[in-house]
Design a protein around this ligand. Structure first.
Ligand code: PLP
Length: 377
């Protein structure tokens, strides 16, 4: 089945009791045993361990990413943490230098006690990745497009380097999502998502997931992450699972609009004298366009960043003149957002002071362009 159909039907097995077409929300934390006290086969026992809404969601997420099994968490951070947790004390991780800020904080902050260390490299520089590999390197983490410079990592090339050294490759696929990039097709070992973003799509559900590649169900990694979920307890509520499942029904319809709008907006902004540079991999002029074309088979996504001529003052002024684009963090929702990254990331930010990150929504593109026109006038 194709992604549009899976987004609607995967994981929905109907409800034999009521015949409901939409799966009911099961809030119960506990489930009755059989008359003789035995566990009823196929029935849940306790909601932290498993719940019908979470199971339905996980089935859909696995189907969308083309994986064998998805494991849902209460946030993207909890999902990332479950992967880092499997590495064991004293492990070393190679990360992109412009990674989602808090991913790095998990290693350098939360897991410093366990001797976890990391090296941040420019993932578009394969030589730098090779040089960063140590005896205890257990994981290479990819995030593409990168945040906030929209650098595109050649997934296949990184996997090749990692495989030659027996190192696991993880991919944060939050920005591209399987609509645009399918990391398992390029040999990645594990995929992570903040479902808060495009999967949720409406900026109203916090969530995350880990997805295992085809034929990896019940693998050692899957078992460890499942245990981290069900025993560690960083699980999403049944309502969050139900709502995310609902949002996913329109996921495959939303994504091409994000990408079409982003491409048109990027082309418009590139031609404006007040804009120094547009970072969008869909532009032919973009330095990563060739790699992007090789692996972003469904389009180039809805995220971009722009460098405004001037500094923080000029970029903040532009952001505040926009009326439809809201100045707020996060991304992937139906509404367009713009954010000055330097001021949100603080003094350790590697983001240029004149950079604005844009999450292009699914409003009418003429309105979005008109909004920039009036702000730049
Ligand atoms: C938002 C985000 C995360 C963190 O996810 P939460 O759901 O906020 O915990 C991780 N990676 C990327 C790329 C993100 O955009």
């Amino acid at each position: 089945m194709k992604i549009e159909t899976l987004a609607i039907h995967a994981g929905n097995h109907g409800d034999p009791t009521t015949g409901a077409v939409v799966p009911p929300l099961v809030l119960s934390t506990t489930f009755e045993r059989a008359e003789d006290g035995s566990i009823v086969e196929g029935r849940d026992i306790y909601t932290r361990a498993s719940n019908p809404n979470r199971r339905a969601l996980e089935e859909k997420l696995a189907a969308l990413e083309g994986g064998s099994e998805a494991i849902a968490f209460a946030s993207g951070q909890a999902a990332t943490m479950s992967i880092f947790h499997t590495l064991g004390a004293g492990s070393h991780v190679i990360l992109p230098d412009d990674i989602y800020y808090n991913t790095r904080v998990i290693i350098e902050g939360l897991y410093a006690n366990f001797g976890l260390t990391c090296t941040a490299v420019d993932m578009t520089d394969l030589g730098a990745i090779k040089k960063a590999i140590k005896k205890n390197t257990k994981l290479i983490w990819i995030e593409t497009p990168s945040n906030p410079s929209l650098k595109i990592t050649d997934i296949q090339a990184v996997v090749k380097i990692a495989k030659s050294k027996n190192i696991m490759v993880g991919c944060d696929n939050t920005w591209a999502t399987p609509f645009f990039t399918r990391p398992f097709d390029f040999g990645v070992d594990v995929v992570m998502h903040s479902t808060t973003k495009y999967f949720g799509g409406h900026s109203d559900i916090l969530g995350g997931c880990v997805i295992l590649p085809p034929n990896a169900s019940s693998s050692e990694l899957a078992t460890k992450i499942r245990t981290f979920q069900s025993v560690g307890g960083g699980v999403p509520s049944p309502f969050d699972c139900w709502l995310l499942n609902r949002s996913l029904s329109t996921y495959a319809i939303r994504m091409p609009i994000h990408a079409q709008n982003a491409l048109k907006l990027a082309a418009f902004l590139e031609a404006q004298p007040q804009i120094e540079k547009v970072n969008y991999p869909g532009l032919k002029s973009n330095e990563y366009h060739k790699v992007a074309k090789k692996q972003m088979l469904g389009g180039f996504g809805g995220m971009m960043s722009i460098l405004v001529k001037g500094g923080q003052k000029e970029s903040m002024a532009l952001a505040s003149k926009l009326k439809i684009f809201k100045h707020a963090t996060s991304l992937g929702g139906v509404e367009s957002l713009i954010e000055h990254r330097f001021s949100v990331e603080g003094i350790h930010s590697t983001s240029p002071e004149n950079l604005l990150r844009i999450s292009v929504g699914i409003e009418n593109i003429d309105d979005l362009i008109a909004d920039f026109k009036q702000a730049l006038a």
